[in-house]
Design a protein around this ligand. Structure first.
Ligand SMILES: Nc1ncnc2c1ncn2[C@@H]1O[C@H](COP(=O)(O)OP(=O)(O)OP(=O)(O)O)[C@@H](O)[C@H]1O
Length: 246
């Protein structure tokens, strides 16, 4: 499924953002406060842009009926207020679909296993650690079987193994993934293309190799970076000097 933002503007927070993603993993990176979450909010309809348009397969997200089924979002606001069990939380991913108890049970069990939280199925969500909660919310998104997955810092709270697992999982779904990531090396490893935001505007986009160059890193993040090749994958990775630049 194709996600396309054209000229999206929200107050003076983001201005004239245009980006697209189509059956690929697209990362949004940028410094704190550069407008990454605000951009994603326009995609999962938590915000209506003041100008511009967000299309899913050519249809405005604000008019589309089936968006609850097609799009799953793991966001900064994704929370569970009441103490549902983990299994119940993941079952919520099936709500937008027509009910099929047997298939739903299987899909939920698969999602729990895929995200390595089957052993937590009977636990209360609110008793979980931050990382466990994050993985359960990812399992809920997986159980939804979306065509577009929107992730706002999905590796938050996760240990390194689970960071790698979650991003590999998102890639392996084979759907359109639009994700905000702070870790530029993870972004380089798991994203097909990146958009770099600075002060509410897209200042660069392209493959990680095209985008993650020392000049851009210095300009946008104010740090000095050296690009090296990962010894086994060949993916560009960044090493940072300790001093920040003005
Ligand atoms: N509802 C709001 N009212 C006023 N300002 C807002 C609102 N939402 C976001 N902002 C401001 O807009 C800017 C962009 O916020 P946003 O959360 O989109 O940034 P971000 O790139 O996701 O940041 P971070 O990396 O810190 O999560 C910030 O300066 C933020 O304080």
């Amino acid at each position: 499924m194709r996600v396309e933002l054209t000229g999206v503007t929200v107050q003076n927070i983001v201005e004239d953002i245009s980006l697209h993603a189509s059956n690929e993993v697209v990362g949004i990176v940028g410094p704190n406060g550069s407008g990454k979450s605000t951009t994603l909010r326009c995609v999962y309809r938590a915000l209506k842009p003041h100008a511009g348009i967000v299309l899913l397969d050519g249809e405005s997200v604000h008019k589309r009926q089936k968006i609850a089924r097609d799009l799953a979002a793991l966001t900064q606001e994704s929370q569970v207020e009441f103490d549902f069990t983990v299994a119940e939380v993941v079952e919520m991913g099936r709500l937008p679909h027509d009910r099929d108890p047997e298939a739903d049970r299987r899909i939920v069990a698969d999602a729990l296993a895929t995200v390595d939280v089957s052993h937590l199925a009977g636990r209360g969500f609110l008793s979980l650690s931050g990382g466990e909660r994050q993985r359960v919310l990812i399992a809920r998104a997986v159980a939804q079987e979306p065509r577009v997955l929107v992730l706002d810092e999905p590796t938050n709270h996760l240990d390194i193994r689970h960071q790698l697992d979650v991003l590999a999982l998102a890639r392996g779904l084979g759907v359109t993934v639009l994700t905000v990531l702070h870790d530029l090396n993870l972004a380089a490893s798991y994203c097909d293309r990146l958009y770099v935001l600075e002060e509410g505007r897209v200042v660069a986009h392209g493959t990680p190799e095209e985008v993650l160059v020392p000049e851009l890193i210095a300009k946008v993040f104010h740090v000095t970076a050296h690009v090296v090749r990962h010894p086994t994958t060949g993916v560009p990775q960044l090493l940072f000097d300790q001093e920040v630049t003005p």
